[in-house]
Design a protein around this ligand. Structure first.
Ligand code: 5GP
Ligand code: ZN
Length: 114
């Protein structure tokens, strides 16, 4: 738990956020500024800043995050139409929150990546 991290605060209940999913590894919330009709964030319970700071012993968490995204895509009705999973890492990717997270975007055709 990092006290000034918004995702740690949401995960611990210190900041508001409706948890759409939770297990022992990760949780999910709707993005506060959605870029698509479905825009969810899958967030590890434990604070990892970057993929590069994740020890191999925690790679299980990555698999759990993808499994959660798959479940959420199904429950939000976008598994059939398609969706995008995004992990922003660092400055050039525009990472705003320094707590590793997976964006799940869908519900409309998404622009080509560039
Ligand atoms: P990043 O750019 O770091 O990959 O994405 C961070 C995301 O977190 C942004 O899309 C932003 O809208 C979202 N976000 C920032 N603060 C909050 C918050 O307090 N609650 C929720 N639900 N999302 C947030
Ligand atoms: Zn955190």
């Amino acid at each position: 738990m990092v006290r000034d991290c918004i995702f740690c605060r949401i995960g611990s209940g210190d900041a508001p956020g409706v948890l759409l999913y939770r297990n022992e590894h990760c949780f999910a919330v709707a993005d506060i500024e959605p870029k698509a009709p479905v825009h969810l964030l899958v967030i590890p319970n434990q604070h990892f800043t970057y993929l590069g700071s994740l020890a191999p012993s925690f790679y299980t968490v990555l698999g759990e995050m993808f499994a959660a995204a798959r479940t959420l895509a199904e429950t939000h009705g976008i598994a059939g139409s398609g969706y995008r999973l995004v992990v922003n890492q660092g400055e050039n990717a525009g990472q705003q929150v320094s707590h590793l997270h997976l964006h799940l975007l869908g519900g409309r055709p998404l622009d080509a990546m560039g």
